[in-house]
Design a protein around this ligand. Structure first.
Ligand SMILES: [Ca+2]
Length: 478
């Protein structure tokens, strides 16, 4: 009898322990930072065998309040589609962003909404920024937008396009339309040696307007700050390039803008969401002088020197962000996500550290990317986890944590990882799916992939017209 009571007591204690763990208090209004590298391969970070020095990312991955995900996936194998998945929680094929640089004529939605922009994220999509903006968050995006041109020409004047970040829930934005050089980003430049020292042909100066912003003092009223996420300004507001020359490393510029946004958010007593899509290490990767010299001293030159140098500049920028969170006392109340939008580009020095494929493919090297989440409020000890996460999961997770809602019952392709963070769930319940057309061209081969547990279904078709799968393989992803 005594042993039965003892067992009963131990069982009750176990239940209490488990329940207490599951009752862990979840702060509903954390600050949220989503840091996104561009074309950073699985093997490009030092902690996964990369050749660039990434001490800050190493520390973040190994930090006491971090999870290092070994199975973190981008929602697509190229830029624009993955960015759509981050913001919407939905597969990019649902809103016609088949590829990077998709032109609006490819999209059916333009029949109902005349958008002159390229690569537009449709206004009908609801972004995580809109959800959080509605919930009282201050929202900002700094870096590479790549979800629609920011401007269009109307009656000879450059105007805001209907697909800029202000249309998608961002209060503050300083963004580019697409890739820019990782040094001196505000000017078109094609030669690393020339770009590095900021020496441009005068003929290139008119092109020095890659960054656009909605809160520069030169904007006329009543346009700025443009915070209405659904209304096209009427009359359309002129789009104004960032007024100052941006010299030096682009990642550092982005962080300076981000720190200012964080400080303003604290001053306004609002929680913030900042989406920070860096340009590094996407081509044209150019290392700023100090970084270039460091890797030159290691015997590297040309593309390798600049590629690794631009990654270390990115790493230093991440370190600067984390130091700033400490300096202003919000490290514990801020969740920090870090990942990449796809694998390394073919022809770049980027590394998958042995994973098959590269950017543009749905093999592991194209979509399995570095992934880290730091959140001291919930994560109490470092964990290296093979729990599968996709960029599609970001919005559902944030909606779950903040106890917010989407305005309708639209289909989401991601799922919340909060149950995993709380220890309630140890394995992903739902499969993850990709469908990608090479170069977005329907007449060429497409690939569809599903991952469930350790199994990966990889199907290809010669033509989408035939709907005929000519190759289907089932393979283990590890
Ligand atoms: Ca990319």
């Amino acid at each position: 009898m005594r042993s039965f009571v003892s067992v009963l007591f131990l069982f009750a204690a176990y239940i209490l322990l488990v329940t207490a763990r599951h009752r862990k208090h979840v702060p509903q209004r954390p600050n949220i930072l989503f840091l996104l590298a561009d074309d950073l391969g699985w093997g490009d970070v030092e902690y996964n065998g990369g050749r660039a020095d990434t001490p800050h990312l190493n520390a973040l991955a190994h930090g006491a309040n971090s999870i290092q995900f070994t199975r973190f996936y981008s929602g697509a194998p190229v830029c624009s589609p993955t960015r759509g998945t981050v913001l919407t929680g939905r597969n990019h094929n649902r809103y016609c962003i088949w590829k990077a640089n998709t032109h609006s004529k490819d999209c059916n939605w333009t029949k109902d909404f005349q958008c002159p922009a390229k690569m537009p994220l449709p206004p009908s999509e609801v972004t995580v920024a809109e959800v959080l903006q509605t919930a009282g968050y201050r929202t900002g995006v700094f870096g590479k937008w790549h979800l629609g041109d920011l401007k269009h020409v109307e009656n000879g004047h450059s105007r805001w396009s209907p697909s800029h970040p202000g249309m998608h829930g961002f209060d503050v934005w300083k963004v580019t339309e697409r890739a820019v050089p990782t040094v001196n980003p505000n000017c078109a430049c094609f030669d690393p040696e020339t770009c590095r020292i900021g020496r441009y042909r005068k003929s290139a100066l008119p092109a020095c307007s890659n960054y656009y912003s909605n809160n520069v003092s030169s904007l006329p009223t009543p346009c700025p700050p443009h915070t209405n996420s659904r209304t096209v300004p009427s009359p359309p507001c002129p789009i104004v390039p960032h007024p100052n020359a941006i010299l030096g490393d682009d990642s550092h510029f982005i962080v300076r803008e981000l720190k200012s946004f964080i400080n303003d958010s604290i001053a306004s007593s609002h929680p913030f969401f900042a989406y920070v899509p860096f340009h590094a290490p996407h081509n044209r990767y150019i290392a700023d002088t100090a970084y270039a010299m460091k890797y030159a001293e290691k015997g590297l030159k040309g593309k390798e020197r600049d590629y690794y140098g631009s990654i270390e500049a990115l790493d230093d920028s991440v370190g600067e962000i984390l130091a700033h969170l400490d300096a202003v006392g919000i490290r514990d109340t801020t969740m920090v996500w870090f990942t990449s939008d796809n694998g390394p580009a073919a022809g770049s020095p980027g590394s998958t550290n042995g994973l098959e494929g590269e950017k543009g493919t749905l093999y592991e090297g194209g979509i399995r990317v570095p992934g880290i989440l730091q959140w001291p409020a919930i994560i109490e000890e470092n964990m290296v986890s093979d729990y599968q996460v996709s960029t599609n999961d970001f919005l559902p997770t944030i909606v779950d944590i903040t106890n917010t809602r989407l305005p309708d019952s639209r289909i989401l392709d991601g799922s919340s990882i909060l149950p995993f963070l709380l220890g309630v769930r140890t394995e992903r319940l739902s499969a993850m799916h990709w469908a990608f057309k090479i170069n977005g061209d329907f007449s060429r081969k497409y690939t569809a992939v599903s991952i469930e547990g350790d199994l990966k279904l990889h199907a290809t078709s010669r033509t989408v017209r035939s709907q005929e799968a000519v190759c289907t393989t089932l393979l283990r992803t590890k």
